[in-house]
Design a protein around this ligand. Structure first.
Ligand code: ADP
Ligand code: MG
Length: 397
């Protein structure tokens, strides 16, 4: 943990370039979910409190290096002003930010127009980064969710100015380090979701670091089928049977216990309220051709809950079933609530991430009790895969 934080920086009278992620969903010209905006508030407030002047750098959508009026950050400005309880001035061009209009000079907080309007951003062009660096004295990166990309505003700038992590970046890195880099043991994970193919590197990294791995969701079908089960029309990836076997062997070698479902909720159609039955699962299971496993069953839930009780740290990525359609959210909800309860009681450190995972934990009413919920998506996964994130590495971490 060698990165600096805002506490290490003298910001009095300094212009602070702050990379933030305010790439929020917008419908009919209005922000529909301001979570990402709320999460940068502590950083901006702390910079102001330390006498610094924040200039926010952010992307919005994928304009591919051209000015696209529909992707102007103007639409985000009102929500940003509401969250910060301050006026924000949008610098529409780099030139405006460089010459500094009266309005910009007088503003507490300046927001630079969509950084991806410039081709130099995603290309991490050194000249463009140099030009950005000219706008500030200090660089603060608060966009962990963009840290897996080596762009000018996420990586290049950190090499040109004194650099530090913002509060959200700091919280995210601390939580991830507590979960996987230096966890309190025993440490376990739930890895669920649809496919093995999208999470091979995650599984490989985790089995070499964890004491317990719970495999759930559609990917558990691939593991069971690789061992000989015939699971009808269940989601399963025959091309990855060898991968599944290989991961089991690696886990065995590394001393990581793997928990696969021992029963499941089986239906004949993928629909809410579909007729279903509980079926025991194992290498000898043979389902009808039109049957599919859509969720883990009650015995599995009990095994998982008991396993959680023996852990000090839990990482969660991917739901244990097709949680969007009831009742196939049952196992995910029950397991999430068990993890939430243990966390509330102070017995467990719980860290979760992934788009569908966050939705599922919210659905279970468990999200607030988890120690940390990452909204970083791709960056969270790459970190859990053991990859170096360029934006973090550039901070010296
Ligand atoms: P995350 O976004 O949290 O990383 P994933 O995208 O990997 O999670 O997986 C979530 C998806 O997996 C959900 O849409 C869910 O319906 C699906 N899923 C989980 N279990 C099953 C299953 N048994 N059969 C079909 N789909 C499943
Ligand atoms: Mg997903």
């Amino acid at each position: 943990m060698s990165w600096k934080t805002l506490d290490d920086m003298d910001l009095r009278g300094k212009r602070v370039l702050v990379r933030v992620d305010i790439n929020v969903p917008v419908e009919n010209g209005r922000v529909t979910d301001d979570t990402r905006i709320q999460r940068i508030v502590p950083t901006v407030h702390d910079i102001l409190a330390k006498g610094g002047k924040p200039l926010l750098l952010a992307h919005f959508g994928r304009p591919k290096g051209k000015r696209v009026q529909d992707l102007s950050l103007l639409v985000v400005k009102p929500a940003l002003e509401a969250a910060l309880a301050r006026k924000v001035v949008l610098a529409e061009t780099l030139e405006a930010a460089e010459t500094g209009t009266e309005e910009i000079a007088a503003a507490d907080v300046v927001l630079l127009e969509n950084i991806r309007f410039h081709p130099g951003e995603t290309a991490n062009d050194p000249e463009f980064a140099q030009r950005l660096a000219g706008l500030g004295d200090v660089y603060c990166n608060d966009a962990f969710s963009a840290a897996h990309r080596a762009h000018a505003s996420t990586e290049g700038l950190a090499r040109l100015l004194p650099a530090c992590a913002g509060r959200l970046m700091q919280a995210e890195l601390s939580a991830l380090e507590a979960a996987l880099a230096k966890p309190e043991r025993p440490v376990g994970a739930v890895v669920g979701g649809a496919k093995v193919s999208t999470k091979i590197e995650l599984l490989e990294n985790l089995v070499n670091r964890l004491d317990l791995l719970v495999i759930g969701g559609g990917m558990a079908n691939t593991f069971l089928a690789a061992m000989g089960a015939q699971l009808g029309k269940s989601l399963s990836e025959p091309d990855f049977f060898d991968t599944a076997k290989d991961i089991m062997a690696q886990a065995d070698k590394a001393g990581c216990r793997v928990l696969l479902p021992v029963d499941g909720l089986v239906a004949r159609e993928f629909a809410a309220g579909a007729d279903h039955e509980v079926v025991q699962l194992g290498p000898d299971t043979v389902l009808d051709d039109d049957q599919m496993v859509l969720d883990a069953g009650p015995d599995t839930v009990e095994l998982v809950q008991n396993a959680f009780a023996g852990l000090k740290t839990l990482i969660w990525n991917g739901p244990m079933g097709a949680f969007e359609i009831a009742p196939f959210d049952t196992a995910t909800v029950a397991a999430a609530q068990a993890a939430a309860r243990l966390t509330r009681d102070g017995a467990l450190i719980s860290v979760a991430g992934g788009g569908d995972t966050v939705a599922a934990l919210n659905q279970a009413g468990a999200a607030d009790d988890f120690t940390y919920i990452s909204t970083a998506g791709g960056a969270f996964l790459e970190w859990m895969e053991g990859k170096t994130l360029p934006g973090v590495a550039a901070l010296g971490g």
